[in-house]
Design a protein around this ligand. Sequence first.
Ligand code: PLP
Length: 423
Amino acid sequence: MTDQIKFDGNQLYIENLKAADLAEKYGTPLYVYSSNQITRKHRALRNAFAVMPGMRILYALKANSNGEILKHIRSLGTGADTVSGGEIFLALRSGFSPGSISLAGVGKSDRDIDFAISQEIGVIIVESEGELEVVSRRAKALGKVARVSLRVNPDVDAHTHPHISTGLKENKFGVNLDCAGGTVKLAAGMKNVEFVGIHSHIGSQITDIEPFAEAAESIREFALKLGRDGIPVRQIDFGGGIGVRYRNAIKHELLPHEKQEENSIDLSALAKLLKDRLSLPDCELTIEPGRFIVAEAGVLLTRVLYRKESSGRTFVVVDAGMNDMMRHALYSAYHQIVPVELSGSGFETVDVVGPVCETTDSFAVQRQFPPVKRGDLVAILTVGAYGYSLSSSYNSRPKPAEILVDRDYARVIRDRETYEDLV
Ligand SMILES: Cc1ncc(COP(=O)(O)O)c(C=O)c1O
């Protein structure tokens, strides 16, 4: 629930600030984030996992890597899960300590690896034997010992969109469990590598606990087997993937009720599951949520440019495009869209589309929506994760500004790009 982004009367607010005022002041398209929504989501996780006081949360930077958001999340006490040298750089720059950073990713370049080793980050998660050998060689060349975990692929169907499912045997990620033992033995015998533990991430936007249970069971068995073989597992990183609700993020009598509302994971049940299956002696547990912490904190404010009737369809053309927020174009992801000011004049069926020269440039198809006209503002909700971080300047469109709101106070945390930035 986006409890910091809500209607007061007929006006949309982000914390105590009117969305319409922010759009007026900073222009559109505009990403606006609620810092207290981020705090609340982090707190919900921490409270649920109070049964495992030693468990660490590593925030997955790929969801949203704005430096000011990173500083805020770091101040809540998390570490950082990164997937590139660039993300390590951003994490360090935002104050995360090197030891609290992990580096995952199926195709790390030598540059990524060298940077991770020389910065002495907490752990490099290797995804193949070939990569393990490169890490060992680079560590030797740099005169260091690299702490390494192995990403295993537990062959679990996360029941999520195929493009964000990562834990199936046929996916490119990790090492299949049937050969992972050999890779761990290789790592354990390397002079410039210190074997730390096991990592797994089965997918994103998971709304059902069963796949997590299956993965946890496989990892437990694997960790126990390594222990029996004399290789202690000192860390299990269970990845991210906890889903959020995109439908009915805001409920209001003047908004249509959205069907097929997503399930939400019972966090206490997840915490109990991980405690029961993955609390092993002398082994630290970490998780790497991204979306869960930031998704509901963000909205994308956009202005209606045109209404267009064509072949019996009504298109609402807005000034944000797939380059600004590409989740719908990329995965047909559903985002609730609401007018920033509610008028109570019923609903019509429309497509909400952007200005980019691609048919996939849309945000909603055949959606029930309150009537809007040129100049009206609408908000695309739940875009705090994989919104700006997936954006581009395709069609030579300067990227939007980002604003962070804390109660009555808003500040620019990234300037809107200019035409000069395109050069
Ligand atoms: C290795 C890894 N960890 C964590 C995450 C974060 O996932 P989510 O944002 O669904 O929590 C991802 C996302 O793809 C990932 O690949």
